[in-house]
Design a binder for this molecule. Structure first.
Ligand SMILES: *Cc1c(COP(=O)(O)O)cnc(C)c1O
Length: 443
């Protein structure tokens, strides 16, 4: 440590209740958080504890209000405490919180999902995105009778053992676990390739096509910062899997109902066999889902033999929140307006970086965006983990804390996309750009 105070220390006294809450939490909960993405590990310093949220705003336990650009990492596309969503949860609350038996509400939500996402003919509800990915992988293996799963470096599919594997930027490599507790045996059946590299996929399918159960991908990546797929990459995935009898699993936990009502697959004209959903589908309550071709989904127990179950699956409160959210998105599609606002934000951030002489690559689709800070004189397009991982994370950390000081809550990692909601206004976007300009000019 140097004698210079870290940039965030200037206003740390504004967060003394958070500081105390974190000390207490750390004595009780590993690292003081119930999910590591909240721990500020990527930006240094201590997490901020929140007391309430409304619309596009978050209020911390010291009474400071922030403009929210994480939206609970995606679910809150309608903003916090949307009146229709709150009313739906209250109605469900008045009738029963869990039955362990079927309800009609589950079919209504299933109908909405099937109508929104053309590749989904049947859908099973679970309680998280992780569970959806885990179940889809098991189903793909059960359906094809094959073991190998292909994923891409920097794509996150929840904390499923066989998917917590990364081979860095190397070409086709046998999976190596990147968490203690994931056995080499489990990791061996996962092959990690670089995103947006169709040649790697061609080579792998030529050698091992008959072993591959499924290719799993984020159709627009949010979990290494925002990365957009090349059309030829998507075409290679679809073509090779069809030719070799493997399935495609589109992980739309983040992008589903976010980039279009039918998700990234609608936007990109991509047709997977299976899709995983989470985040928005639960409207801010714990709900995930996986669905797709009826002939594949009918392999799930009790229609078929692939086991998958859940005590709280299709929970009435979560189903109510999800249904209200999807109905609102269907009845008042916000996507054109979100894209317009996103365009202004993107343009503003680009200009602010250019004026400050800071090298950055800015990527955006609709209401998801990342500004990747870079070191060289010219911005390098970020197309996968090989390019994303060269980001200047120290500079991102300085930007993050500068924005916190100005009341703007961005993702606490260079490698997470920001999200905004239908509550964000032009004035909010202008204020955010002004804060970014000030911040970047002083860096
Ligand atoms: C968030 C996320 C998951 C995991 O969902 P959880 O509900 O956190 O388990 C899986 N895949 C993608 C693409 C995600 O963004």
């Amino acid at each position: 440590m140097t004698s210079h105070p870290a940039p965030h220390d200037r206003t740390a006294d504004r967060r003394h209740h958070s500081h105390e809450a974190f000390a207490r939490a750390r004595s009780l909960i590993p690292g003081g958080v119930n999910s590591p993405a909240r721990a500020f590990g990527g930006v240094g310093g201590e997490p901020i504890f929140f007391a309430s949220a409304q619309g596009q705003h978050l209020t911390d336990i010291d009474g400071t209000t922030y403009l929210d650009y994480i939206g609970s990492w995606g679910p809150m596309i309608l903003g916090h405490r949307h009146p229709r969503v709150v009313a739906a949860i209250e109605r469900a609350l008045a009738t029963g919180t869990s039955y362990g038996a079927p309800t009609e509400a589950e079919s209504r939500l299933a109908e909405l999902i099937v109508a929104a996402v053309p590749s989904i003919e049947k859908v099973r509800m679970v309680s998280s995105g992780t569970e959806a990915a885990m179940s889809a992988v098991r189903l793909a293996r059960g359906f094809t009778g094959r073991d190998v799963i292909v994923k891409f470096a920097g794509n996150y599919h929840g904390h499923v053992d066989s998917l917590l594997v990364s081979a860095g930027s190397a070409a086709a490599t046998l999976g190596v676990p990147n968490s203690p507790g994931v056995t080499p045996g489990t990791a061996r059946d996962t092959v990690v390739l670089e995103y947006n590299e169709p040649d790697q996929l061609e080579d792998l399918f030529r050698d091992r096509g008959h072993e591959i159960a499924a290719v799993l991908l984020e159709p627009v990546v949010g979990n290494m910062g925002l990365v957009v797929p090349r059309p030829e990459f998507l075409a290679a995935i679809r073509g090779l899997t069809r030719r070799h009898g493997a399935l495609v699993v589109c992980d739309e936990v983040m992008t589903g109902f976010r980039l279009a009502l039918g998700g990234a697959q609608e936007l990109l004209g991509f047709e997977p066999d299976l899709t995983t959903l989470g985040k928005i589908v639960g409207g801010g309550l714990p709900l995930g889902a996986y669905g797709g071709r009826a002939d594949v989904m009918d392999h799930v127990l009790p229609a078929g033999k692939v086991f998958q179950a859940g005590t709280l699956s299709g929970n009435p409160l979560a189903v109510a929140a999800g249904t209200a959210t999807l109905e609102e998105l269907r009845n008042h599609p916000p996507y054109a307006e979100l894209d317009r606002l996103g365009g202004r934000l993107e343009e503003g951030f680009r200009r602010a970086a250019a004026e400050a002489g800071i090298t950055a690559w800015t990527a955006r689709v609709g209401s998801m965006m990342t500004m990747f800070f870079q070191q060289g004189p010219e911005a390098v397009p970020v197309t996968g983990w090989a390019t994303a991982s060269r980001s200047d994370t120290a500079r991102y950390a300085a930007f993050f804390w500068g924005m916190i000081d100005r009341g703007i809550y961005l993702p606490c990692s260079q490698y997470e996309a920001l999200f905004f909601s239908t509550c964000h206004t032009d004035a909010d976007i202008d204020r955010t750009i002004a804060a970014a300009s000030e911040c970047l000019a002083g860096m």
